[in-house]
Design a protein. Sequence first.
Length: 111
Amino acid sequence: MGIQNWSENIVLVDLPQEPQLGEELRAVTEIVRGRGDSEVVLDFSEVDIITSSSLSKLLKLRKLLGDCGQKMVLCNVAAATKGIFTVTGIDSIFDMVDDKFVALAGLQLVK
């Protein structure tokens, strides 16, 4: 789908459906690792469901960002995916908003 540098410190990612979702998350992780100071907005608009493999990559990205003191915000998350987050008990560790512009504005206000 697309990885965009929204600003100097914010990466906006329009995630694709499975099975490409995992590869996109891996690419974002490499970008963040290279930059070191990026916050990330993940737009789940096209994602219906998330596999355990992609969920693992999502958690690794969150850990990397958290270790650097950076934030990650998920937006437009489908009910089925939210359900997976709830069942696995990780729903509380993600910041989720309804719209990517709300997510971007929230991150920019913090800066």
